[in-house]
Design a protein around this ligand. Structure first.
Ligand SMILES: NC(=O)c1ccc[n+]([C@@H]2O[C@H](COP(=O)([O-])OP(=O)(O)OC[C@H]3O[C@@H](n4cnc5c(N)ncnc54)[C@H](OP(=O)(O)O)[C@@H]3O)[C@@H](O)[C@H]2O)c1
Length: 309
C-alpha cells in the first residue's frame, strides 16, 4: 500500500485534504510508475481543491498535483524507461503521492545536476512562461511589462525576456524588488499609484507588450491604458476576455506546440543554472493544508514543494 493526498470534497484545504491509503499503481503498456521524491505545488492545485475550476461531485475524491520528479519504480512494456531511472513527470495527474503513474510521453529524463525538488517545480511554470513570450514574439526591440514578476511564472518570464534582449519592467511587492533587479528588470510596486510608477520606470520609452501572471483588474486596466489589447497576454485574468486581451490556458494547438517544445530546453537550462528554481518551503502529508494555505496567500517567495515522508 502507499499514500496519496486526496480532497474528499471541494472546499478549504484544511477541511478537505487527507492522506489516503491506496494500492501502488501498476505500469501498463507505454507507461511508468514513478516513486515520487518531490512534487511541485501550483496555484492551480489550490484552485481545483477549492472548487474554483468546477465542482463536479463525480470527480471526488480528487487526486491533486500536476508535476513531480522521482525514480522509475516500474516500467511498462514499450515505455522506453528502466527501473531506477531518475525522471521528471509533466504533465502529471495526482502527483502529490508516494507513487504516480504516467504515460511515457509525459516522462522526461532528469538531468543529474538538477535536484528532485527543483526538477519537480520547474516545468508547469516554465512552459507557461515560454508560451507567453513565444505568443508575443518578444525580442530585443520590446519594452515589456510583467505583472507578478517575482512569482514562479513571472520570474521565468523576466529571466527569458531579459535573455532575449528586451527591456523589462516588472511589478512586485517592495521586498522582492532586489530579486527583480538581480534578474535584470526594473521593479515597480503594484497597488495605488501603479500607473505613475510604470510611467516613471518607462522614463519616456514606449511599452510594446504586457505579460500578466496576476489577473487583477488593476493589472489589466493599467495595461490597456498603455498598449493595444492584442499585445497583452494573461494566464490569470479569466474575467477579462471581453477586453480583447490574449488569454492563455495552454489548450490551443499553438500553445501546446510551444509548451511541448519548451520542456527539454528548460530542463537543460535549469541544470546549467541559467534559470533558477527557488524553493520556499517543503511539506509532507501532515502539513499539506498549511502549505496550500500559504500558496493561497499569494506571496510564496519561491516554490512550495511536496516531499512524501
Ligand atoms: N494559464 C496557465 O496556463 C497557467 C499556468 C501556470 C500558472 N497560471 C496562473 O498564473 C498565476 C501565477 O502563478 P504562479 O505559479 O506564478 O504563482 P506564484 O508563484 O504564487 O506568484 C504569485 C505572484 O503574484 C503576485 N501578487 C499577489 N497578489 C498580487 C496583486 N494583488 N497584484 C499584483 N501581484 C500580486 C505575488 O507578488 P509579490 O509576492 O511580489 O507580492 C507573487 O509573485 C496563478 O493564477 C496561476 O493559476 C496559469
Amino acid at each position: 500500500m502507499a499514500r496519496k493526498l486526496i480532497a474528499t470534497a471541494y472546499g478549504e484545504p484544511s477541511d478537505v485534504l487527507e492522506a489516503a491509503e491506496v494500492d501502488v499503481p501498476r505500469a501498463r503498456r507505454g507507461a511508468v510508475v514513478v516513486q515520487v521524491r518531490a512534487a511541485g505545488l501550483n496555484p492551480y492545485d489550490v484552485k481545483v481543491v477549492r472548487g474554483q475550476m468546477g465542482a463536479d461531485p463525480d470527480r471526488l475524491p480528487l487526486s491533486v498535483g500536476g508535476e513531480a520528479a522521482g525514480v522509475v519504480h516500474a516500467a511498462g512494456p514499450d515505455s522506453g524507461f528502466r527501473v531506477g531511472d531518475d525522471v521528471v513527470v509533466y504533465p502529471a495527474s495526482g502527483a502529490l503521492a508516494e507513487y504516480v503513474v504516467a504515460d511515457a510521453a509525459n516522462v522526461h529524463r532528469k538531468p543529474a545536476e538538477l535536484g528532485f525538488a527543483e526538477a519537480s517545480s520547474l516545468l508547469l511554470a516554465g512552459v507557461t512562461a515560454v508560451d507567453t513570450l513565444a505568443t508575443l514574439q518578444i525580442d530585443e526591440d520590446d519594452v515589456l511589462l510583467v505583472h507578478g514578476g517575482a512569482g514562479a511564472v513571472g520570474s521565468l518570464v523576466v529571466t527569458e525576456a531579459v535573455a532575449a534582449g528586451a527591456t523589462v519592467i516588472a511589478t512586485a511587492s517592495p521586498r522582492n524588488h532586489d530579486f527583480l533587479r538581480g534578474l535584470g528588470a526594473v521593479p515597480v510596486t503594484y497597488g495605488e499609484g501603479l500607473s505613475e510608477a510604470i510611467a516613471a520606470a518607462l522614463d519616456g520609452a514606449r511599452l510594446t507588450a504586457v505579460i500578466d501572471t496576476v489577473g487583477t483588474d488593476e493589472a489589466i486596466d493599467v495595461s490597456l491604458e498603455l498598449v493595444a489589447p492584442h499585445r497583452i497576454v494573461s494566464v490569470a485574468a479569466w474575467g477579462r476576455g471581453d477586453d480583447g486581451i490574449v488569454l492563455l490556458s495552454g489548450g490551443s494547438e499553438r500553445s501546446r506546440h510551444y509548451r511541448r517544445a519548451a520542456v527539454e530546453p528548460l530542463l537543460t537550462d535549469a541544470a546549467s543554472g541559467r534559470i533558477a528554481v527557488t524553493i520556499a518551503r517543503r511539506f509532507g502529508f501532515d502539513d499539506a493544508a498549511d502549505a496550500f494555505d500559504e500558496l493561497l496567500g499569494g506571496h510564496p517567495r519561491g516554490k512550495i514543494v511536496f516531499e512524501p515522508r
